[in-house]
Design a protein around this ligand. Structure first.
Ligand code: URA
Length: 211
């Protein structure tokens, strides 16, 4: 199936690290480290079209005109709690980014997203915002987070996840066709509990060693 709203980051390092993360026997420490490493690679692709402007600088040898990022600092928004794992990796690449958090949990009966926390930097109007959550499963949390965020009128919004399901991508496309998704892989389907199959299990539990 084709998803025009999604870029699958096609790179041997991403594929290899994702396989290690999927393995049930991978330790919490390794899972955490791998998520950071992979997130950095996803961020590299997600930020590919950031606008540049020219600036005159002085190297130790000569003056030159060199490219620098145009516009205000990026804003990274983690959907709690597992989004924090992606955020940590992305911050290694863009350490000056501003950071927001959106707390959502999934109602186990309805699988609907319920908001319990919202704190993002002010004045998003001319900022590029990246929302992160490792698992785009039903897409309900992502849709709710993006709807809430758009009330603050961000300049642009992208979504970065580790794994996406076809159902989640379709849900996101229906509700937020302007938001492009960057992911390491699109898996087969969801199970009856809204988990991605084959997936990697509960990303939050594996990241924080809970359960
Ligand atoms: N959240 C997870 O952590 N894993 C899934 O498979 C789906 C949602």
């Amino acid at each position: 199936m084709q998803f025009p709203n999604c870029t699958v980051v096609d790179h041997p390092l991403v594929k290899h690290k994702l396989t290690l993360m999927r393995r049930a026997e991978t330790s919490t420490a390794s899972f955490r480290a791998l998520l950071q490493e992979i997130s950095l690679l996803l961020a590299y692709e997600a930020f590919r079209d950031l606008k540049l402007r020219e600036e005159e600088i002085q190297t130790p040898m000569a003056k030159m005109v060199a490219p620098v990022l145009e516009g205000k600092k990026l804003v990274l928004v983690a959907i709690l709690r597992a989004g924090q794992g992606i955020l940590d990796g992305m911050l290694q690449l863009v350490p000056s980014a501003r950071v927001g958090h959106i707390g959502l949990y999934r109602d186990p009966e309805t699988l609907a997203a319920v908001e319990y926390y919202y704190r993002v930097p002010g004045q998003l109007a001319d900022r590029d915002v990246v929302v992160c959550d490792p698992m785009l499963a039903t897409g309900n949390s992502a849709v709710a987070a993006l709807s809430r965020l758009k009330r603050n009128k961000p300049g642009s919004v992208r979504f970065v996840c580790l794994l996406a399901s076809p159902e989640g991508l379709m849900n996101l496309r229906e509700h937020h066709p302007d938001v492009h998704v960057y992911t390491a892989a699109i898996d087969e389907r969801l199970d009856e509990h809204g988990y991605i199959i084959p997936g990697l299990g509960d990303a939050g539990d594996r990241l924080f060693g809970t359960k």
